[in-house]
Design a protein around this ligand. Sequence first.
Ligand code: HSE
Length: 406
Amino acid sequence: MTKIAIIGFGVVGSGVAEVFYKNRQSIEKKAGRELDIKYIVDVRSLEGTVWADKAGTYEQALADPEVGVMIETIGGLTPAYDFSKRALLAGKHVITSNKELVAAHGAELLGIAKENNVNYLFEASVGGGIPIIHPLYQCLGAGEVEEIAGILNGTTNFIMTRMFRDKMSFEQALGLAQDNGYAERNPAADVEGTDACRKICILASIAFGSHVYPDNIHTEGIAALTAEDVAAAASAGYVIKLIGRAKKTEKGLMVMVSPALISQESQLANVSDVFNGILVRSSDTGDVVFYGRGAGKLPTAAAVISDLVDAMKEGGHIDSLGWEDSGRSNVADWRDDVTRMMFRTSGLGRTEIQRIFGTVEPIQGAAQEERAFLTEPVSGRQTEEWIRLAKAAGAEVRSAIRVLEY
Ligand code: HSE
């Protein structure tokens, strides 16, 4: 029998225990061995709960030779990094939902796992209940991945759906996302795009084989988006989504998180509420799209359990999951990214718009003093220059949002 320690008993950790005992028989069958949870480690007391007999400390679990797997669901870097590293060095598998830790230290922890012939697995770190990590390094491993793009944050997608479709206030929508256990402890990480950034960094690291660090990545959140942006986009046949994307270019990996216009015809356009959608574009397979619940207690817990089964079935280290820590020179300058743009401006006539922005496609139905339009493909650098010129001409640039082709 292999014993498990759950380190961190919040939304995900408690979900793991719930899913484990609900499906224990079939999990053991798939894992090919008997399993049980021996320790639950949490800063809060488990006294008076059904889990009281499992309460323990991290040091107890680490020193216990019966414990073969640690499930780290604490989140954040401290003490999760130290706990994970010491567990791997002690020859225990570590399974986590902690995207912050994987995005910051994934290459190192995977290396330690390899040296100790155990696994560091993190299916739950991206896409909640959607299997995406496993397909990316196994099923799609044969072909060359060219590009990944996805709606990777359930909270912001939920907020945008509720605000712009159901006319809820931002505060109400965020509160509901928090009540449902979707949001990060500090929801600024969701709203500012940081969470989506960590996730696209993890996917890019797997797909392209070198560690992509979140603090190298241009990241924009949803705070500046307005109902007017959404209406203008809709008039032109688009929806607006927060998109994390990564692709290979001649100048390096282009990785970015920002709100973007997506055609209403796109497979990503109808991904609403807490759902995530992830498109993987590969030379041989074409576009493959993964869809499902991107956050929430049980979907995320189910992804952790799938890693538990994998670790038990494989026994030793799974060699196909890993990437190099090739420094921070692998990422291209985001200003070299070229996309069409949607602008909303006021204080500029048609002639001035043409003078500054070149050939544009006007969007009908903008407010009277306002002009909304789509540009030809343009670099981030040129976009910054256009905004500068428009402001110098006395105009207000109300929004500048990328248009993506998926
Ligand atoms: N806060 C995250 C989200 C949780 O909303 O997507 C799942 O990673």
